[in-house]
Design a protein around this ligand. Sequence first.
Ligand SMILES: Nc1ncnc2c1ncn2[C@@H]1O[C@H](COP(=O)(O)OP(=O)(O)OP(=O)(O)O)[C@@H](O)[C@H]1O
Ligand SMILES: [Mg+2]
Length: 497
Amino acid sequence: MIQFYPRALRRKKQETKNVYSSSDSYTTLFKDKPFWIWDKAQHVTAFDATNGNCCFNHIVGLPESEKTGIKNPMFDYEQIIFENIFKFQTLPNGKEDPKNRHVWVKKATGLGITEFILRLMLWLCTRNDDFKNCQMCVVVGPKEEIAIGLVKRMKRILEQVNIYVENRATTLILNDVEIQAFPSNHLASYRGLTAPRFIFLDEGDFFKKNDIQDVRDTTERYITKSKPYIVIVSTPNKPDLLFQMIEKEPENVCIYNRLFFNYEWGIDKMFTREEIEIQKASPSFDREYDLKYAGKIGNVFSELQIKEAIRLGELYKDLPLNQYTHHFGACDPGWAKTTPVYIGELLKPQQVFRINYYEGFEKSTPEVVATHIFNVSRRYINLKWFIDGSDRGFVNTLKRIFDEPDWDGGNTDDIDLNNVKIIPVNFTKEHKQLLEHAFLLLASGKVAIPAKYDRLLTALRTAQATEWNLDKEETVNDDDLDDFRLMLRKVYFGKKA
Ligand SMILES: Nc1ncnc2c1ncn2[C@@H]1O[C@H](COP(=O)(O)OP(=O)(O)OP(=O)(O)O)[C@@H](O)[C@H]1O
Ligand SMILES: [Mg+2]
């Protein structure tokens, strides 16, 4: 761990204990103090001259590493965040840059950013009276306990200098500034604030899909009302949530200064090189430490089973197409997002089902996908397609191209596979059974997935289910997983194949 300051300057525990009861007394303690003095030499001088009362962080005590117990200075990446929050720029036309006061931080876990922003908020409340009678807000993930936890954390920082604030569990009133924490799924009172001046959305990529637009609209509506600082922080979660949405915005449209801090920023500061090497073995490393929207590790397939499927996939990926065996294709259309199309091949001598074709269609139409499916089918002699029956229109678009009679939307159980190529599947009825069957095949080493099918592999890694009921919110690329289980619907080894 780096030693930012000479040993002599590291402060012993505050010797005199003061109990501050009114805002007047404790604000004198922090009055006009900087948050931190970023120039090291100046900081050392100021520390000496004030007997350690040089800045907010030295007064309340430097943040301590839970692992090592060592007190740390503020780090370079914290300086970058600080400067971006407070920088003020004007555009060539003389107008205020809409990015002013707005910062979005995508970060590795454990860099200390939550702690840093909470301290920053406390400092803004206490260094002067600029925020008096205003509000500050913290919006956290969808659990009241997290909101309570963050307010408790702020209260604990103040308690280090014997400032005890008694408010409701999710509220802290400091120097007439009301700091409130809200879980992202209970925003009613967040919507009705009069003048929020600082808004901190913590772990914003873990807000539920249905809450994202509401949180964002409500937050950004305050921009014209009270010009708040808006700081949005998170470790990435999965694609298409709040973080990727903001990350994808063109620079000239986005109202946030976007900052990226992967694990490398924390080496020899918040983590050691050895700790990172150990973490690299974890399947969640890319997401938690390296800023990838890879989703949380699910509970259906284990990493070991997935690795075995990849091993087999790589082993058999160059085998030529076998026209004397069964091929199964699948398509679960999602017209508003990506519609994946997969094909796999039953390799009887190797006793595996090998995935050997994928094509994804971004916001496409039934006609385009159906035509593609028809064209690709020409390469195979024995290929059957399993299609999610909930989109009857699409099933029939396909059937017409394949010159098959229309499906009436009725029972799918007694469709004779020998007579047709397009087979609708009643997902509502079969989905659990299909997931269990796919699991049993993968778990017994009967599926080969070459490493290039990364969308499917991510789907498998993040698949989350309760009693075989797939949680589509948690599972990344859930349509790819649906294709996967559709393809495997009639795959049996030994018994029924
Ligand atoms: N320079 C520092 N800045 C902030 N926190 C620090 C620093 N040094 C040590 N810490 C300590 O490290 C811990 C960091 O926790 P924190 O929850 O803020 O990290 P985080 O980046 O928000 O991580 P998470 O991904 O878990 O949300 C805290 O206990 C804090 O006291
Ligand atoms: Mg955090």
